[in-house]
Design a protein around this ligand. Structure first.
Ligand code: NAP
Length: 302
């Protein structure tokens, strides 16, 4: 079967709260612009192209899309594109968003939201997505500060029915424990992929033991972060890719998927061919030897 036809169901499924999703999802951060994301001088992407990618993702079985109100360029916003492309939304589609960070209308970063500002950020997502509740809201934090007040504010919005499920992003294990004393956590969204440290791998395992989804970001981009995938991968990744006749990005995703049934990657792209390849990565099976080779890259570079 060519990669153009492989469905996201090939990656298996996971229950995110009460919603079942295919493990390969999609991250919307790349859609508002071409080139580096979240940059003030980003070039807005062609609207029809972005909408085409979102619709194709859903046709390919993707039913877990990650977004944020702060994903925008001068002329496009990820939430507006999702709304335009996919509303009325399919019943099985889970849209996860993030609150905490914020950008002013010109794109400049603002101070992170305090507990009193989170309701406004949730409502901003509701308006942009055209929904009356949000499936999953992640509290995205920086640093190691206590999160109880902010997570408590989101738990109240969950009680009020504005949010179905809560998650956390960019956190350490102690944040997870702190949040769980307040309300259930269905997912942790942290940076993860080949090259991740042992400490991060242990946190991924801890989430699995607790039945919490681990949603890795930058599984392809790695240290390229907002700028995107860098040209030239490690010899190990290249060799495994060659053996399977696929691209390095697919091997990065396949390795990530092999880290546990609770791992739900959300690769981002504005390219239809890359989208199909990323979905198809869910059907790749790596051998024990290949996994060990790729693990060695992980621990050498950690
Ligand atoms: N919670 C957080 O703090 C946080 C932070 C960052 C991101 N995120 C979320 O995580 C998602 C994933 O991050 P990301 O978008 O950077 O994803 P990524 O999948 O790690 O990397 C995307 C980069 O890889 C390229 N790419 C994608 N598929 C490819 C393929 N098959 N072959 C070659 N290159 C490929 C993309 O360029 P092309 O467009 O050319 O394909 C882009 O440069 C974001 O979209 C966002 O939703 C969350």
């Amino acid at each position: 079967m060519t990669s153009q036809m492989i469905n996201a169901a090939a990656s298996g499924t996971w229950k995110l709260g009460d919603r079942t999703v295919n493990r390969i999802g999609f991250g919307a951060m790349r859609l508002p612009q071409t080139g580096a994301a979240l940059s003030a001088d980003a070039v807005p992407r062609d609207r029809d192209q972005a909408i085409g990618v979102l619709r194709r993702a859903v046709e390919l079985g993707v039913n877990h899309i990650d977004t944020a109100a702060f994903y925008f360029s001068a002329l496009r916003s990820a939430n507006e594109l999702i709304n335009r492309a996919l509303a009325p939304y399919p019943d099985d589609l889970v849209i996860a968003t993030k609150v905490g960070p914020g950008r002013d209308p010109s794109g400049r970063w603002m101070e992170h939201a305090g507990p009193g500002q989170l309701r406004g950020q949730v409502e901003e997502n509701l308006r942009q997505l055209g929904r009356d509740h949000l499936d999953v809201v992640n509290l995205r934090i920086v640093g190691t500060d206590a999160i109880a007040e902010r997570f408590g504010a989101l738990a109240e919005l969950r009680e009020a029915g504005l949010i179905r499920h809560l998650g956390l992003s960019n956190i350490r294990p102690h944040h997870l424990a702190e949040a769980q004393a307040i309300a259930p956590v269905v997912c942790v969204q942290n940076m993860y992929g080949i090259g991740a440290s042992r400490e991060h791998a242990e946190f991924l395992d801890l989430c699995g033991e607790q039945g919490i989804a681990f949603v890795p970001f930058y599984s392809i981009a790695g240290t390229g972060r907002e700028t995107g995938a860098t040209a030239g991968d490690s010899p190990e990744v290249r060799a495994v890719a060659r053996a399977h006749g696929v691209g390095e990005a697919q091997i990065r995703l396949a390795w990530t998927l092999h880290q546990g049934a609770h791992v739900l990657p959300i690769p981002g792209t504005g390219d239809l061919d890359h989208l199909a390849q990323n979905v198809a990565a869910g059907s790749l099976r790596l051998s024990e030897d290949e996994l060990a080779t790729l693990d060695s890259v992980t621990h050498e570079t950690a």
